[in-house]
Design a protein. Sequence first.
Length: 353
Amino acid sequence: MGEQPIFSTRAHVFQIDPATKRNWIPASKQAVTVSYFYDATRNVYRIISVGGTKAIINSTITPNMTFTKTSQKFGQWADSRANTVYGLGFASEHHLSQFAEKFQEVKEAARLAREKSQDKIELTNPALSLTSQQVLPSPVISSNGPGQEKFFRSQSADVELATEKEQLKKMHSEGSMCDVQWEAEYFSLQDNNSKLLAALQEASANAEQWKRRLAAYQEETERLRQRVSELESQGTPEPATEGRKEELSRTLENLQSQLRAKEEEIRVLKNQKPDAQELESQKEAMHQKLQEIEGHNVELERKLLRTEQALSQSLSERDHAQSEVSKFSQLLDTKIFELTELKQGLVKLIENN
């Protein structure tokens, strides 16, 4: 039967940067269709999205996958087979919730399918079993001597530097996530802005067309009024002329009602025009915030580099301290051995006397 789509939605697609593993790269210039597919032949579920002639998402869902909501309109999941992380920016929170619920349903179905296949394998080979190994912690070896205090101070500094490094990495990751959220909002605003501008341009073109038609109708009405005035000045009108006058009056009333309706439509469109300006200002604000976040990320990267340099220096100092402790321990062993020999010589000397 092949693969069948079971759910579809539209979203902006992102992939994690394979070089940095921190920043997001847009995989689509605009919102594209993202669908869940079920392959009844192989009993697997996949998420597929095609941009143009290229598949930008081809992810097979496994029971150990997790879809994480990182904001009201953005979510992500990791695909170990594709060695990447996918991110989706939705137009609304409702679309994100629908996709997340479907992801959970499909993951549960994939888990059941895997359990059924494992049951079949156990029936064919009942001796198959899994064993787990426990790794015992290695004992801590300490040395006594003058270098002990310096050695443990170096270890404490290493722990503090490592903690600070992890905190900076976390802050940098959160900054990158904010970048993705702002980019998704920015793309959504761009789509809405382009749609509104297109509608406004179309409405303006229709208004101009109706204005031209209205001017033509007004000219025709004025000409007919002049004709009616000429006929009335000539004397008693004939019945056919009276009928023509009534018809022209009705036509004039219809044209006037259409004119009022079009003027009302023009007024509504003019009132909607500030919305487009507001969207443009929001877009500018988004762009400015993105620049601020990028500057913040650069500063975090600098702090991370300085911390790594300090950690490297601390590690070299620790190695030096360990070397001194080792030398002192060897020297102490030698002295103890010499003292032992001296003691034995003194004992023999006393016995001989």
